[in-house]
Structure formats: C-alpha cells, structure tokens
Design a protein around this ligand. Structure first.
Ligand code: PBG
Length: 343
C-alpha cells in the first residue's frame, strides 16, 4: 500500500502522507532557496549613525556599545570616506556636546559653528555623494537632557518647536540633506517645512521620527551622547507609550500631512508591527532605527558566546526588510557593508 515502506526494495518509499502541498520542496537546495527568496539586505538599505566629539585625531569607545566610537570631526571625515567607498548611501550625525556648553535652553543647538555643523561642512566637502542626516532635538545640548525646553517639569511644546525650527535651519545651512526631527513635539514637521521653504530650501528632505517610543532601548545612546547622567525624569510626556500601535498611525498621519518626505519607526525590532502598518498605510519611504540597545543586546550575547553575532546581525536586518522597511539606521552599517562587499 501507499503508506507502508517496503524494506526489501533498494530505495524504500518514504511517502507516508498524502500531501499535494509540501512547502519544503522549495527549500531543498541552496539554489532553490536563493531563487524563491523574497527579501535581501543590500548596502543601499543601510544608514550609518555616527557620534562626533570635540578634539583632533581621537576616538573614544562607547562603553555600552562595543565597536562604536565617538570620533573627532577629522576621524568622522575618514569614516565618511570609508562609508562612501563601501557604498553606504547616508550617514546620520549625533554630537557629544561638551557639558560646559549645555544649558537649560539648549542654546548650542543654534550655534552655526557647533559640532554637528562643523562635521556637516567637513564631511560634505570630503564626500559630497554621501547623504547627511541630522537629528533635530535639543537633548544633546540641554543641561537637563530633555529634547526641548522646560516649563516647570514639562517640556513646553510650542516654545520648543520655535527652537527646533531654528536648529533645523542652522543644520540645513551647514549642509544637512535630510532633517530628522526626533523630538516628538506636536506640529514640528509643519513648522520646519514652512521655515525651510521660506528660506528657499525646498530641496531639504524631512525624515520624521513619526513613531518614536519612550523606550529603555536608548540607554547606550544616552551614554554615547552624554545624557545618561543628566536626564531628569523620563520622556514619557512626548515619546510614545510602548503599549500603543494605533497611535503611531495618528502620529504618522499628522507628519505626512505636515510635509514629511519619509517616515521612521524607533526602536526597530520590538516595533516591527508599527513598521509594517506605516508602510502599508502611507506608502512613503519608511525606515526603522535599530537603536543602541538593540545593538548592545546582540553584541553582549555574542561576546558571551550565547549567540552568533554575525548571524544575529544579518537576521535582524532581514527582518526589517520583511516587515516593509525601505532602509535601516544601524550601528552595524559599515560591518554589514564590508560583509556584503566580500560576498
Ligand atoms: C534624541 C535621540 C535619541 C536617539 C536618537 N535621537 C535618544 C532619546 O530620545 O533619548 C536614540 C538612538 C539610539 O538609541 O540608538 N532625541
């Protein structure tokens, strides 16, 4: 009968089940797996966030992010040249501001000669073909570590937006190609778009951190930009509640209506449902930020020999693509680019 294997035949029948569909057929060989593969990670998908600091020819390890450094501008230029040669499309810049320059209003954010502006000019000059993305938010510049100015203990929305608009103009003037507001104030995308247009900078793109959650996964980043120790309280009155999914659609809808060219979801891997929903709904270029804590988790487990770090890195990036992300901001960017270049 069909269901009994005969032991006396040279090649015993192994068909026990009557299955018209066997999904494993397509997985039987590497060539077939390659042929049916739905998603791939390419160098074009990767945006590299880097940390800059004052000084010359120097770099410091970020304790909680092994393999990630704060770099002086000249070192950052060299890294941008490496990024360009690897084919990375863009770099996102984050400053470690000298604590002496931080104040309650984040004034240094408006200094056209601040660290980020100097880095923008130097990198633009050296590698004009690499896109430069800057974060709009006051946290690297405030003495209290919040993304805006305080009114009592709360971050004042409208007063903060006025400052963010000026910060965005300063960054655009210094050479930022893409303005990425990560502050989560209401109405800032529209205000920034209007101001850029009024300054005849309709060319500057806006990447809205449309859905940015109040997440513990930013811990190592705050270490990198030096806001860990200074942050008073938390950011839950402006960043989103991790419990909410529908609210991400509300946030994104406003940002789109106000003129966002691209959307971002942050953190990444724990919020893939949000990536998926935003991409489905708005069809705009949608990015995911694999944040510092996600990087740290993979690196820590790999350092302990608890998982294969290289594989975890690649699998996590592929997961973003599968969820619909058009690209990923990731600290792994140069490592992945080098790996892809090796083939
Ligand atoms: C600043 C900002 C943060 C991150 C990017 N921009 C930190 C925060 O909101 O506290 C986090 C990035 C990361 O963790 O890698 N507004």
């Amino acid at each position: 009968s069909r269901t009994t294997a005969k032991s006396d035949t040279p090649r015993s029948r192994t068909t026990l089940l009557d299955l018209p569909r066997r999904p494993r057929r397509n997985r039987k060989a590497e060539w077939s797996r390659r042929m049916v593969r739905e998603n791939t990670v390419t160098v074009e998908d990767l945006i590299w966030p880097i940390f800059v600091m004052d000084g010359e020819r120097d770099r410091q390890v970020v304790e909680s992010m092994p393999g990630v450094f704060r770099m002086t501008v000249d070192e950052a230029v060299a890294e941008a040249e490496r990024a360009a040669s690897l084919g990375l499309p863009a770099i996102a810049l984050f400053p470690y501001t000298n604590p002496a320059l931080r104040d309650a209003r984040g004034s240094e954010a408006l200094n056209s000669d601040n660290l980020v502006c100097r880095a923008l000019r130097a990198i633009k000059r050296a590698v004009p073909e690499v896109g430069l993305i800057t974060d709009v938010a006051l946290d690297p510049y405030t003495s209290h570590g919040h993304d805006g100015v305080l009114n009592g203990t709360d971050v004042a929305n409208d007063a903060t937006v006025e400052l963010l608009v000026r910060q965005a103009l300063v960054q655009a003037e210094a050479g930022a190609d893409v303005i990425a507001p990560s502050d989560m104030m209401d109405g800032r995308i529209g205000a920034i778009r209007k101001a850029l247009d009024a300054a005849d900078r309709t060319d500057v793109q806006i990447l809205a951190y449309a859905a940015k959650y109040a997440s513990c996964f930013y811990g190592p980043f705050r270490d990198a930009v030096g806001t860990c120790a200074t942050l008073i309280g938390d950011k839950r009155t402006y960043q989103m509640d991790p419990a909410n999914g529908d609210e991400a659609l509300v946030e994104a809808e406003l940002d789109v209506a106000e003129g966002a060219d691209m959307l971002m979801v942050k953190p990444g891997l724990p919020y893939l449902d949000v990536v998926y929903r935003l991409k489905e709904r708005f069809k705009l270029p949608t990015f995911a930020y694999q944040v510092s804590g996600e990087y740290a988790m993979i690196e820590a487990a790999a350092a302990n020999g608890w998982l294969d770090g290289e594989k975890a890195m690649m699998e996590s990036l592929l997961a973003f693509k599968r969820a619909g992300a058009d690209g990923i901001l990731t600290y792994f960017a140069p490592r992945v680019a080098e790996r892809l270049a090796r083939g």
